[in-house]
Design a protein around this ligand. Structure first.
Ligand code: SAM
Length: 353
């Protein structure tokens, strides 16, 4: 589907997030005017003031001041310059802060997070993530990997002993990510997501995949809720017992025969969030909710705190909330933060999709 087609269709079919248009007029935005029409009345960050709520259910001890806005200012992000001590915990669960992910992570207390889902900006991708330049800050893959190393180290500090991390990446540096992750974690698997959309190439194979590395702090005590992520598999050979009863499979009233099987590490059943899907936002690299859902269901329990250092359109936050988990995240682009907050307005605890 072309972008042009998607815009036209979006006008014809009101987007679920659409209300009366009230788009900011005088700003340089990565969003097209049509997108703002669809996302009218996204609150400005100033409107996203939060109350000081002592949050005991997250299992995180909150000390010091709690921010009264969802914007972590540079000042707030700076470590305590007077005492040089551990930074005060000026944060709350169930918030997305507008700021640099690495700096934000450095402000969180050690061993406070149960699960990290990270979909960092990709090295080669020429998307405008709000800098106004359609390029990334890293000049070389080495610079990019050093930046990854820095936030991997923070991730290792933040995760609890039973914690896990999922890291999305492209094939071009997937091998390096594995190697670097294994410096701080026990890497347990590489999930490959087969996407329908890929960039065509005249003299190369079309890129139709993304990797998601799965690693844990401690291979002896991590959480893996197998039953919650089993796959439904159609039965081709319906073996029966001596009594003629189904062996390991079930049959629906409609005659469909299936078995619930262990989840594989190749995911071919997920599409990118197309414009017509309720979860779709104008974010250029939004992940499917179902993909994030699988990771959260498998590697955390209800009430767990899930961190996403690069929130984008807030997919991790929305899924975490729907599944009864807590979340915290960072995103440098204020417009995306607003988009995510708007998206979150519509989500309540309701279980797997
Ligand atoms: C690949 S996208 C994440 C998409 C997200 N998973 C979703 O489903 O919408 C990466 C995001 O990281 C943000 N970003 C880039 N550099 C960042 C940084 N240093 N700290 C926090 N966020 C950053 C970009 O603006 C972008 O929205």
């Amino acid at each position: 589907m072309t972008r042009e087609h998607s815009k036209k269709s979006a006008k014809e079919l009101p987007h679920p997030l659409m209300r009366n248009s009230n788009a900011p007029k005088n700003r340089t935005l990565f969003l097209e005017p049509e997108d703002w029409q669809r996302y009218g009345e996204i609150p400005s960050v100033d409107e996203l003031t939060v109350e000081h709520i002592a949050d005991e259910s997250s299992g995180v001890e909150l000390t010091g001041d709690v921010l009264t806005s969802d914007v972590l200012t540079d000042e707030a992000l700076t470590r305590d310059g007077v005492t040089g001590a551990q930074p005060a915990c000026r944060w709350q669960a169930d918030r997305i802060y507008c700021g640099d992910g690495l700096t934000g992570m450095s402000r969180l207390p050690a061993q406070s997070v149960d699960l990290i889902f990270a979909d960092p900006p990709y090295f080669g991708l020429k998307k405008d993530f709000g800098s106004g330049k359609r390029s990334n800050p890293w000049k070389t893959i080495q610079e990019y990997m050093e930046w990854n190393r820095a936030w991997f180290a923070e991730a290792a500090r933040l995760l609890k002993p039973h914690g896990a991390i999922y890291v999305c990446c492209d094939w071009e540096y997937s091998g390096r990510v594995q190697e670097m992750l294994s410096d701080s974690f026990e890497v347990l698997n590489r999930i490959t997501w087969r996407r329908e959309k890929g960039r065509g190439a005249a003299k190369n194979w079309k890129n139709n995949m993304e990797d998601i590395w799965f690693a844990v702090v401690d291979g002896e005590q991590y959480i893996f809720n197998l039953e919650d992520v089993k796959f439904r598999k159609e039965i081709i050979a319906p073996y029966t017992t001596a009594e003629g009863k189904p062996k390991d499979w079930m049959e629906t009233d409609a005659g469909e025969r299936f078995r619930m099987t262990c989840p594989p590490n190749i995911w071919t059943d997920l599409t990118v969030p197309f414009w017509s899907m309720p979860e779709n936002t104008p974010h250029p690299t939004q992940k499917p909710e179902k993909l994030v859902e699988r990771c959260i269901l498998a590697s955390s329990n209800p009430g767990a705190l899930v961190l996403d250092p690069f929130m984008g359109s807030g997919t991790t936050a929305a899924v975490a909330r729907r599944l009864g988990r807590r979340f915290i995240g960072f995103e440098t682009n204020e417009d995306y933060v607003r988009l995510a907050m708007k998206r979150l307005d519509r989500v309540s605890v309701s279980g797997p999709a």
